[in-house]
Ligand binder design. Structure first.
Ligand SMILES: [Zn+2]
Ligand SMILES: [Zn+2]
Length: 349
């Protein structure tokens, strides 16, 4: 048996003893050591997109060690320290062939169709193993650092879609954990990063992490400030790292002509907002979204964290034992933590 944080319904999570998952051909059993708490988990718990089959175990930012290997798995060994790309894909559809795995027509994943990493052990299905989604991590990389690779990979995907490069200006709306990872991504690419948020403490943090400019959205006109900072042009890329459509729409004019506006935070269902097509046409703005990442982004994220090119230690503000999952969720809902990670000690299994 193993300990797990099991979701039974909206805001209903129980710490329970459940059977250790069985694995079969092509699969891997990972002993979880660090499991990041994501905004998606919190949204899910609040009832937005609860898994169809309950009870379920959430958690898709997983690092740990390989406990068991099913027949036919090559290139991985028991005891290896790994991080896990959380999306299981068919590998054969139109999107998989283009390496746009996150758009796979029969996609599912950890905490989203199958049990995830808020447990002592997690079964990694063959659909993840066969695309190289179980990635060995270097000795010097801690499990908690490795668990941040998944959210970082989503930011790398957004930068890639926005063709962000050296000298470009990117406006990141929202200085939460993902917003700050966008900042780090921008810094790595030598772009100038403008951060906008309502919270002074988060903006101070962003300034300390190298933001070129911070705008308090409660006190200043963000669009005007971005224009001023960019000599009247607007930002090359705007990343809306918050899930509120009405607020996102306010920032549309912050993007320059020909620039890209990325709806990065997952918006809730049934809340459309009006957009001026005339402006999109004449300004040749690319209005897009990115969600999750590809295995390629994920491996790059791990490399960048491993090499120290992107530092993530300063983002991990809270560590919780699995038993304290409820407290973690509560604090995350109140936005009192930046990045929270569930840590499971080695001897616990
Ligand atoms: Zn996530
Ligand atoms: Zn596919």
């Amino acid at each position: 048996m193993m300990k797990a944080a099991v979701v039974y319904g909206k805001n209903e999570i129980r710490i329970q003893s459940v059977p250790v998952p069985e694995i079969s051909e092509g699969e891997v059993l990972v002993k979880v050591r660090a499991s990041g708490i994501c905004a998606t988990d919190i949204k899910t718990l609040l009832g937005q997109g609860l898994p169809k089959n309950l009870p379920a175990i959430l958690g898709h930012e997983v690092a740990g060690s390989i406990e068991r290997i099913g027949p036919g798995v090559r290139g991985l060994s028991v005891g290896a320290r790994v991080a896990v790309y959380p999306i299981a894909v068919c590998g054969e559809c139109f999107y998989c062939k283009q390496e746009r795995h996150n758009l796979c027509l029969s996609e599912f994943g950890l905490g989203h169709g199958i049990d995830g990493g808020f447990a002592q052990f997690v079964r990694i299905p063959r659909e993840i193993v066969k695309i190289g989604g179980v990635v060995e991590i270097p000795e010097k990389l801690s499990y908690e650092q490795a668990a941040v690779a998944e959210p970082l990979s989503c930011c790398l995907a957004a930068a890639r879609a926005g063709k962000l490069g050296e000298g470009d200006t990117v406006l990141v709306v929202g200085a939460g954990p993902l917003g700050l990872l966008h900042l780090k991504t921008g810094n790595w690419l030598k772009a100038k990063v403008i951060m906008a948020d309502l919270r002074r403490d988060r903006l101070e943090m962003a300034a300390g992490m190298g933001a070129a400019h911070c705008i308090n959205a409660g006190e200043e006109d963000v669009v005007e400030e971005v224009r001023r900072f960019t000599g009247g042009l607007g930002a090359d890329l705007v990343v809306a790292a918050l899930g509120l459509p009405e607020i996102m729409a306010q920032y549309l004019p912050a993007v320059r002509n020909g620039g890209t506006f990325n709806i990065f935070g997952g918006p809730p269902a049934g809340r459309p907002v009006p957009v001026d097509f005339r402006w999109i046409h004449y300004a040749e703005v690319v209005l897009t979204g990115t969600f999750a990442s590809t295995p390629e982004d994920f491996r790059l994220a791990l490399e960048l964290i491993g090499s120290g090119e992107v530092k993530v230690d300063d983002l991990i503000s809270h560590r919780f034992a699995l038993e304290n999952m409820l407290e973690a969720v509560d604090l995350a809902q109140k936005q009192e933590i930046i990045k929270g990670v569930i840590m499971i000690p080695e001897e616990d299994g």
